[in-house]
Design a protein around this ligand. Structure first.
Ligand SMILES: C[S@@+](CC[C@H](N)C(=O)[O-])C[C@H]1O[C@@H](n2cnc3c(N)ncnc32)[C@H](O)[C@@H]1O
Length: 190
């Protein structure tokens, strides 16, 4: 049987715990979600694969919308062919930067496209006014706060960086300074 969102109860979980933490942080409310770099295989849920299924399932259960993009046609085809229509995922064959320019605002954005930190940085500064939280996968490669100057620029823009470590790597969860208490409350519950 095809591995799709219907089978979401499978027990394998690594990044899922961080995805779940992020949606708890956002109160499990209806969310308009944007994803740059979509799922392109049915395996590798722990590190690469499955993310689009997670967000699709979230929106299906909690309300909102999911728009995803990728520069590889195969990835877009995979999402279109694998995720059932009832999940209403909208997919766009285009670069993450163009996607964010054209399709924002989103309540939450998951950045998992290019491994070029400058591109991630550009994407972040494009959406910072319109998005409450941003999760960057593979922060070790995609992360864009690499100097004191970049750190200061980031803080002056009003954001906090949360390092989300998992067994196979780390993600960066970027939130607004005004959400600091909410984050601390959630962390204290863990
Ligand atoms: C690590 S994979 C995404 C995996 C997916 N998020 C998951 O966890 O299942 C990265 C994807 O980003 C796409 N990509 C790379 N550069 C991109 C860009 N500039 N804009 C949009 N997508 C990009 C690649 O084609 C690839 O499919």
């Amino acid at each position: 049987m095809k591995n799709n969102v219907i089978e979401f109860s499978k027990s394998e979980a690594v990044r899922d715990a961080i995805f779940k933490f992020t949606t708890d942080f956002l109160d499990n409310k209806p969310l308009n979600i944007g994803e740059v770099g979509c799922a392109r295989s049915e395996i590798g849920r722990a590190t690469d694969g499955w993310s689009t299924f997670f967000w699709a399932d979230y929106v299906y259960k909690n309300g909102g919308s999911l728009k995803v993009c990728d520069i590889e046609k195969e990835a877009i085809n995979f999402v279109n062919e694998t995720i059932p229509e009832k999940y209403k995922v909208e997919s766009f064959y285009m670069s993450g930067t163009d996607f964010l320019k054209e399709k924002q605002p989103f309540d939450f954005i998951y950045l998992d496209g290019s491994n070029d930190p400058d591109e991630t940085r550009k994407q972040f500064y494009l959406i910072k006014e319109t998005t409450r939280a941003i999760l960057v996968d593979d922060w070790d490669t995609k992360g864009f706060i690499r100097s004191q100057e970049q750190q200061e620029e980031f803080e002056e823009a009003g954001f906090i960086f949360c390092n989300m470590q998992h067994v196979y790597g780390c993600m960066g969860l970027i939130i607004r300074q005004s959400d600091k208490d909410r984050m601390e409350e959630l962390i204290n519950k863990i």
